[in-house]
Design a protein around this ligand. Structure first.
Ligand SMILES: *Cc1c(COP(=O)(O)O)cnc(C)c1O
Length: 296
């Protein structure tokens, strides 16, 4: 990763369940800093290394954002401090997945007890100096807009090249930052997303913190309630089907977005472009969980 990954990311035709889709292969941009994390951290990547001494963030210990920030900091020579709730013993003894890689990239972990977590985060907000930057959980920050605007420009020029009068753009939401800024930047397109972390109310709240929610942003829901990052046979099954159709997605966001999307065929009038949001490194950890649940 050197911050000069080949853009624009390619778009490929993807046949799934007899229907034509297009997939924007943002996961190919960079192995560690891929998909929407590359887009969200783009403006930091463009900063001169002297600008910061250290970045601080917080959240889950298998988070894709955590790994991407660790990769960015390694590239820039910035320290990376990460606050998380106390780790399960087995992860500490046998680090895996995103956590293992982030530690190898120099991430300094600060564990706090679950009761102290919220206080610890608000203390972080008060303690940043000029040479330090606090990146909110998942990179949910106006800083993300610049990189997502570039993604929007790539989509617009592809659409023009293809001569498409209308276009649905699909991408899954955690914090909703990606879908929100895409909808703002592409007012003439229909942006479809689904909440993966919480429910629609939670996603609305997260997006409202960024600004007014644009009319062209459509939040769709799954008829099946699924908790974040838990194994579900139906998600494993669609993930395998997608993989057999030619593209590996991530098992948390991608699987859930496709599973939800296929429940809403009426929304798929006209051409549909799916934005691959990356996260493939986390699949190792998820497949392990499916295995331990006896689902594989
Ligand atoms: C982080 C992430 C998302 C969610 O992005 P938001 O901008 O927080 O909504 C979706 N898919 C993958 C694979 C991710 O890593």
């Amino acid at each position: 990763m050197d911050g000069t990954a080949a853009l624009p990311a390619p778009v490929e035709r993807f046949m799934f369940r007899g229907r034509e889709f297009f997939v924007k292969r943002d996961e190919l941009i960079d192995p560690l800093l891929s998909g929407n994390k590359y887009r969200k951290l783009y403006s930091l990547m463009q900063m001169p290394a002297e600008r910061y001494r250290r970045l601080t963030s917080y959240g889950g210990t298998q988070s894709n954002a955590m790994l991407s920030i660790a990769a960015l900091c390694r590239q820039k020579g910035w320290q990376f401090h990460y606050t998380a709730k106390a780790l399960p013993g087995r992860l500490k003894e046998h680090p895996t997945g995103n956590f293992k890689l982030a530690i190898e990239l120099g991430m300094q972990l600060h564990e706090v007890s679950p009761e102290r977590y919220h206080q610890a985060i608000s203390d972080l907000q008060d303690s940043q100096e000029e040479s330090e930057l606090l990146v909110p959980q998942g990179g949910a920050d106006p800083l993300a807009a610049r990189g997502i605007n570039i993604l929007a420009e790539e989509i617009t020029s592809w659409q023009r090249q293809m001569g498409m009068a209308s276009l649905n753009v699909v991408t899954p939401s955690g914090t909703g930052t990606t879908a929100y800024y895409l909808a703002c930047a592409l007012p003439d397109l229909n942006i479809l997303t689904t909440p993966v972390v919480g429910d629609s109310d939670y996603l609305h709240l997260q997006m409202r913190a960024l600004g007014d929610i644009p009319d062209n942003l459509c939040i769709i829901e799954s008829s099946k309630k699924q908790h974040f990052a838990k194994p579900y046979p139906e998600l494993l099954s669609i993930w395998r089907e997608l993989k057999a159709a030619g593209i590996a997605f991530d098992l948390i966001y991608g699987a859930k977005m496709w599973h939800t999307l296929m429940q809403h065929p009426a929304l798929l009038e006209g051409p549909t472009l799916y934005i691959h949001s990356g996260g493939l490194i986390g699949n190792e950890t998820m497949l392990n969980r499916y295995f331990h649940k006896g689902l594989i």
